[in-house]
Write a protein that binds this ligand. Structure first.
Ligand SMILES: *Cc1c(COP(=O)(O)O)cnc(C)c1O
Length: 395
């Protein structure tokens, strides 16, 4: 029995079964590589699902977190810290938020969505419109916005007032939004649905529709934010100004964190003293991590790098003309390789045995969300191995 299998047996005997049994027990990582407990190395093309923006062991992140651990891990929200304030200021800058915008720190994506739902409630309206196939999280408020029946239905009744309309369909959105709508919540690219990119006009139309109806436009940037798509945030590709965005995953580079950013003074005044809170949100450790991640993205030019690498990957895969591979979609380093049949799980499993971590996000879709620091040669090594991987997976 390998060390991996022994640990997995103990996992099954101790962990609640909500994730099934994972295939690998990770030991450590370095850059874009991770090792399992048997010493096997893998190229990590998933990056902890768009979390490890700087890969593993990035010197700036390691030193910021280590230094902060020695100074103060936590001070509670009875107090604040310079790091928390600096990170809020940086987030307002990179989101190009107008004067009067504000930040609320949470600890995860779903908590950022919960804050957004409470923000929306403060409009005095109760309707929320989300998109079909949307993923917004697993806590009961966010779950009501998440579309997948298998996630939602065992826990109904959930928050009332939520309707789902087809994604990338401005006419359906226009019909669904009315004077009872507090907010429209949308992902700029639907990650969990399989990296579905809407027409660039869709977010612009959503902006017009919500403005006309007096509803908030809340953009869920939890997966798309922090440089993932080649801009700081996905909405920036459409050139709109939303009313609020939610951020998490990449922000801490692996340290749990999240944020709600409210745009402009009116929206930022909706939640007042005492109306929301958190014990851990924005604590000094998470703030130090966030500052290190944003700093490294800027210092290393990782927005442009994400765009270049994403295009490189798409071009290389196209050129390889791999049987059963129908294309590459997505933006920056949030990408999907599409397949002509439901073989993604088999492909991911063979890829793992060959030393590549990829994510079978849907039966015919492989999601890639590698660290933003990934290099062309690393992507090329995967593309070079892909024909053999797909062949074995379909044999
Ligand atoms: C991951 C994700 C969430 C939930 O974040 P958690 O940190 O897992 O709670 C919400 N929305 C989107 C778009 C996500 O990708």
């Amino acid at each position: 029995m390998t060390a991996n299998d022994e640990w997995l047996q103990r996992y099954s005997d101790s962990m609640l079964g909500v994730f099934g049994t994972p295939p690998l027990v990770h030991s450590h990582g370095e850059g874009c590589y991770v090792w399992d407990v048997d010493g096997r190395r893998y190229l990590d093309l998933v990056g902890g699902i768009a979390v490890n923006a700087l890969g593993h062991g990035h010197p700036a992140l390691v030193s910021a977190v280590s230094k902060q651990a020695g100074e103060a891990l936590h001070v509670s929200n009875l107090f604040t810290s310079p790091g928390q304030i600096l990170l809020a200021e940086r987030l307002l800058q990179v989101s190009a938020a107008p004067a009067g915008s504000r930040v609320f720190f949470a600890n995860s994506g779903t908590e950022a969505i919960e804050a957004a739902i409470k923000l929306a409630r403060r409009t005095g309206r109760t309707g929320i419109v989300a998109a079909e196939h949307a993923f917004h999280g697993r806590t009961t408020g966010a779950l009501a916005l998440t579309h997948k029946a298998a996630y939602r239905e065992p826990f109904e009744p959930l928050l009332p007032g939520v309707t789902h309309v087809p994604y990338d369909d401005p006419d359906a959105l226009r019909l669904a939004v009315d004077s009872g709508t507090s907010a429209v919540v949308l992902e700029p690219v639907q990650g969990e649905a399989g990296v579905i990119e809407p027409a660039v006009e869709f977010l612009r139309e959503a902006r017009e529709i919500t403005r006309a109806a007096g509803a908030l436009l809340i953009i869920d940037e939890i997966q798309t934010g922090i440089g993932r798509t080649g801009e700081w945030f996905g909405f920036q590709h459409a050139g709109i100004v939303p009313d609020a965005i939610t951020v998490a995953k990449g922000l801490g580079g692996g340290v749990p964190t999240g944020a709600l950013i409210t745009f402009g003074p009116e929206v930022s005044a909706l939640l007042t003293a005492g109306q929301h809170g958190t014990t851990f949100g924005g604590n000094p450790l998470a703030a130090a991590a966030g500052l290190a991640v944003l700093g490294a993205i800027e210092d290393e030019g990782l927005l442009a790098h994400a765009r270049t690498m994403g295009e490189h990957l798409a071009a290389q895969v196209a050129q390889a003309a791999v049987p059963h591979v129908t294309g590459v979609r997505g933006q920056g380093l949030l990408r999907a390789i599409t397949l002509d049949s439901p073989i993604s799980v088999a492909v991911a499993s063979v890829a793992r045995a060959a030393g590549f971590i990829i994510n079978p996000v849907a039966p015919q879709v492989i999601r890639l969300a590698p660290p933003l620091v990934i290099q062309a040669e690393q992507l090329d090594s995967f593309v070079a191995a892909l024909p053999q991987i797909v062949q074995e997976a379909t044999a």
